[in-house]
Design a binder for this molecule. Structure first.
Ligand code: WTA
Length: 652
């Protein structure tokens, strides 16, 4: 009950949470400001408006080039090159430099398996594993610029695989292990991967997920793939293809502990990561070595204030950008110790996470609003059983956080002592863009202000800056970790992000700014859903539904959901003569899961005779959503089939 009162007070009084003085004084960002004779946060923002000066200056703190750059930025909209002329490889900063000093014996990853097994890998251990695998990849013919597909769960072999690729200049394309074999196949074929890496299986909610089996299905039609490396995690029996398959432990067994780190151009591609847009097909976002290294390391160092003594836990999956940037690359560059946990947050009991925090003394913890709401539902009793006093900072990402969840997190996990860093960013941005620094007061539900070195704003449809009324969130200057394009699709890159308003990047979110210049993210402006923080295109789910032989048409909308943020609601038109039934409903839901993965399981699926369309035949998702959520539909007289609106209304 106490919580409810505080949320009320908070909302009424517009309460702000000032950072503790100690946090400010000892913070990495303050330390940097002192060195540069910068007195205040506002002065820092002002100075950082000179982005070339700023990023050049901060890069000195986080990366070591093989050969220094000649120029910080070359901006030829929409193409950016950062740190031009520099020779570089991100693996030098993530690994090689650490084994040259005391850090070699520091723990890089504490791995906690779902069944309770644990492993600690020092930077030296990680270095050896990465080098062995890199040599094995070379042995399979992988060369600079080749693509390697990775389908692995949350085990240390996932970062090891990524780093092994990067080390030899290959481009990794990680696919979230919760995606289905079909989704993996689509991505691996688009990337034309030569080699793929997986494991026999992994543990999830006490069961084994048979990943190798899914991989075998995916590779039934994947002509570019010549070899598959399989790490043994669960030890269950798997099918074997002699011509293609190699056990990880066998192929790496006799490889040397050293492998040369390929000297690359700072702008050479590091990875592809597929993400959802408004079409049925995912887009391959390209990130490059140099700018990405500087951007991710600096933002983690400043926003979460990571120090040598911290135990950092970003509880995302490495299969998404959050894990790429803030479990793999940034913490390793900073030489931090991170937790990797394999399993479900509430298995075997809802306090699994809190017990890990207590056991390993996690100091900085970062998760999603969905996870917080799930734990809220279980009740604070589970957290109270554990000593969480090691935590000094908290964070969230992926979707807007409601003030109630914010307060619950603040009170119960942060013991009313810890600032909550609500970080706004995207697969495309590579790093946080709008997020608090330890210097700034927080308002629950706001992501505060653009970080130094980033310029973001809110535009109305005329392209004018607006505040309270809200509009499109845009980024008006290039930034080092920005995407370098869409794989195989330069035109779409331009059209999708740079065409709506001149000279600025369109984020695809709706936001507003308050009188203090604080940003409040309201959600996506386009047809992209955020279900449990996972990004899914409406049309991807629709394509999956219409790929079923009995379906003619399908429309998918997002509906507010207490825990997941949004849930998927599907309206399906069946072929003539096909009878709607509960069994068919289940079959279609399972079909979507099979096509894409469990994360997109529709919460509701309704059979309708028709869906509202314009005269030109375009499906009116906006109208459907309004009807489903009991909101005003506006004028529907211009629809080709206004009677279809009734169909949607009845389907509840
Ligand atoms: C949303 C995840 C509100 C937003 C890192 C964005 C957020 C999309 C926040 C990108 C936040 C991310 N508050 N919304 N703090 N962070 N989003 O590519 O809609 O999976 O456009 O990257 O997540 O999702 P993506």
């Amino acid at each position: 009950m106490e919580d409810e009162v505080s949320v009320d007070v908070l909302l009424k009084e517009n309460r702000v949470f000032a950072p503790p003085k100690e946090l400010i004084k000892n913070s990495n960002v303050k330390n940097w400001m002192n060195k540069h004779n910068i007195k205040t946060y506002d002065e820092l923002l002002l100075k950082a408006k000179d982005i070339e000066w700023f990023w050049g200056e901060v890069s000195k703190d986080v990366v070591e080039w093989f050969k220094p750059y000649d120029k910080v930025l070359d901006w030829n909209l929409p193409w950016a090159k950062w740190f031009i002329g520099a020779k570089y490889n991100i693996v030098h900063d993530a690994l090689d430099k650490h084994v040259e000093n005391w850090r070699k014996n520091k723990i890089a990853y504490i791995f906690v398996g779902e069944p309770g097994d644990t492993r600690k890998l020092s930077f030296r251990d990680l270095y050896v594993e990465v080098n062995k695998l890199a040599n094995a990849l070379k042995g399979l013919g992988v060369r600079k610029g080749d693509k390697v597909g990775i389908y692995l769960p949350m085990i240390p072999e996932l970062p090891i695989s990524m780093l092994a690729c990067a080390k030899i200049g290959a481009i990794h394309s990680v696919v979230f292990s919760g995606f289905s074999s079909k989704a993996f196949r689509e991505r691996v074929n688009d990337a034309e991967a030569k080699v793929v890496i997986t494991c026999d299986g992994f543990y999830r909610r006490g069961k084994i997920i048979h990943l190798k089996k899914q991989m075998d299905e995916a590779l039934e039609w994947a002509p570019s793939v010549k070899s598959l490396i399989i790490y043994r995690r669960t030890g269950h029996e798997v099918q074997w293809n002699e011509a293609r398959d190699h056990w990880w432990h066998e192929i790496t067994a006799y490889q040397p502990n050293h492998c040369k780190t390929e000297v690359l151009d700072a702008n050479d591609p590091l990875y592809l990561l597929y993400t959802s847009g408004t079409t049925g097909k995912p887009k391959g976002i390209i990130h490059a070595h140099g700018g990405y290294a500087v951007g991710t390391a600096l933002t983690l160092k400043w926003v979460f204030d990571i120090k040598a003594s911290d135990i950092w836990w970003c509880a995302a999956d490495i299969g998404w950008v959050t894990g790429h940037s803030y479990i793999v690359y940034a913490p390793l560059i900073l030489g931090a110790t991170s937790i990797i946990y394999e399993g479900s947050p509430d298995y075997p009991k809802p306090d699994r996470w809190w017990s890990i925090i207590e056991k390993y003394g996690v100091t900085v913890f970062y998760t999603s609003p969905t996870a917080i709401r799930m734990h809220m539902r279980y009740g604070e009793g589970w957290a109270k059983r554990h000593d969480l006093n090691s935590i000094r900072l908290l964070g969230t990402v992926g979707e807007p956080i409601n003030p109630e969840a914010w307060m619950w997190y603040y009170n119960n996990i942060g013991s009313e002592r810890c600032q909550i860093m609500d970080t706004w960013w995207q697969t495309e941005t590579g790093t946080f863009v709008i997020a608090p620094l330890p210097l700034i007061s927080l308002k629950p539900g706001s992501v505060t202000k653009p970080l130094p070195g980033f310029e973001a704003d809110v535009y109305n449809t005329k392209g004018e800056k607006v505040s309270q009324e809200g509009g499109d969130l845009i980024i008006s200057k290039p930034w080092p970790a920005m995407l370098r394009g869409l794989y195989k699709n330069p035109k779409k890159y331009m059209n999708y992000y740079w065409n709506k308003y001149p000279n600025v990047y369109l984020a695809g979110d709706i936001a507003r700014k308050d009188k203090d210049g604080y940003f409040w993210i309201q959600g996506r402006a386009d047809d992209v859903l955020k279900v449990s923080g996972h990004r899914i295109g409406n049309s991807e789910v629709e394509s999956a539904l219409v790929s079923h032989k009995l379906v003619v048409e399908a429309v998918v909308i997002g509906k507010p959901h207490e825990v997941k943020g949004e849930s998927i609601v599907a309206y399906v038109v069946l072929k003539e003569d096909v009878e709607a039934s509960d069994n068919l409903r289940i079959e279609l839901i399972e079909h979507v899961v099979k096509e894409i993965g469990k994360i997109v399981r529709p919460e509701e699926l309704w059979f309708v005779k028709d869906v509202p369309k314009t005269r030109s035949g375009k499906i009116m998702r906006r109208v459907i959503r309004a009807v489903a959520l009991n909101k005003s539909t506006g004028d529907i007289s211009t629809l080709r089939n206004p009677e279809a609106v009734e169909e949607i209304r009845k389907a509840k």
